[in-house]
Design a protein around this ligand. Structure first.
Ligand code: HEC
Length: 133
């Protein structure tokens, strides 16, 4: 736990989370998720919450991020890129989205605009909250 605590604290510090929040977030950011990769894997640096860190996080709050960074391709018109145009569609692909964000694999390198760490974290947090409408 202390080992994890150290690396997680470093992760949150990198993300600019203050001291008081770190203690709170450590409990909301344990090492187990659908993928065994450490939550703050080097080179990607997002944390994977397994408890909801913000109960007010609804689809409306992540939708602008998704629209700008994902739906540009995942609009249902482009081949291979499944539509990401509703909370229900996203919930159906929960594990896949979780995995690509955890490893910073989406958006692809040729995307018009990259996903900021804070934006990725916000989507992961929403997933941690059960992806509510
Ligand atoms: C530049 C276009 C583009 C953007 C932007 C983009 N994607 Fe994708 N995405 C694709 C394509 C094409 C595929 C299907 C082929 C593949 O898996 O690489 C895909 C596949 C996926 C998959 C399926 C992976 C699997 O294992 O089946 C997920 C999940 C995903 N994208 C999530 C996202 C998320 C989340 C975002 C926004 C943060 C995003 N994508 C942004 C083009 C894009």
């Amino acid at each position: 736990m202390w080992l994890w605590g150290g690396s997680l604290a470093a992760c949150w510090a990198r993300m600019g989370v203050g001291g008081g929040a770190v203690a709170l977030l450590l409990t909301a950011c344990p090492a187990d998720g659908p993928d065994p990769t450490p939550p703050c894997a080097s080179g990607c640096g997002v944390c994977v919450p397994t408890a909801c860190p913000d109960q007010s996080l609804t689809y409306a709050k992540v939708e602008p991020i998704l629209a700008a960074k994902c739906v540009v391709c995942h609009d249902g018109k482009q081949q291979d890129a499944w539509p990401m145009t509703s909370a229900a569609a996203l919930r159906a692909k929960r594990d896949e989205i979780h995995t690509v964000l955890q490893h910073c694999q989406m958006p692809p390198a040729n995307a018009p605009s990259p996903l900021a760490k804070a934006e990725s974290q916000r989507i992961l947090d929403w997933i941690g909250c059960g992806m509510p409408d």
